[in-house]
Design a protein around this ligand. Sequence first.
Ligand code: AMP
Length: 192
Amino acid sequence: MYNIVLFGPPGAGKGTQSEMIIDKFNLTHISTGDLFRKHLGEGTELGKLAQKYMDQGNLVPDEVVIKMVELKITSNNSSNGFIFDGFPRTVTQAKALDQLLEKQGTEISGMILLDVDEFELINRIMLRGKSSGRSDDQDINKVNNRIKVYKKETLPVATYYDEQGKLNKIVGVGSVDNIFSDISEVIETLPH
Ligand code: AMP
């Protein structure tokens, strides 16, 4: 069973690569950003709560995110494994994820960090904003705030996995297929 954290700043290509990974390795995709957008679209209480954070490019509180992920894991307990995309984004979330997986008798196999420089990230996000309809992709102030939040609150998660020998860095610039092939090579070496 593979449990993979696909990690990187906004615009690094996590969503695109996740789609390809789940197909090849038959994994369940858990994207917290997608889950929040779904709740938002359906107008649920959770969606309304998340909206004010998402609108500003800030993080939704840990306990809310963790509860949502827990539900998703327990409702897919016959899964072949999970790919976590956009989660964990804080060390508190990373620790909670370890506990959730331990309860299921499993653990994180490895973390893959997609490395993309800031200039490229901003270009990609603003370009994506033209077609995604995401308001947080269309406003340069929100984009800058998301990158700031990533550096301050999310980057320490990379150290957390590095200390466990689970961090694998991949260059996230180049063709989608080449990046996918580098990711696949790493996944095939992970314990599962
Ligand atoms: P994303 O699609 O991953 O860029 O997420 C969009 C927005 O959803 C983020 O800017 C946050 O406001 C919120 N969000 C997604 N995942 C998380 C998370 N793991 N922790 C806190 N907030 C999150």
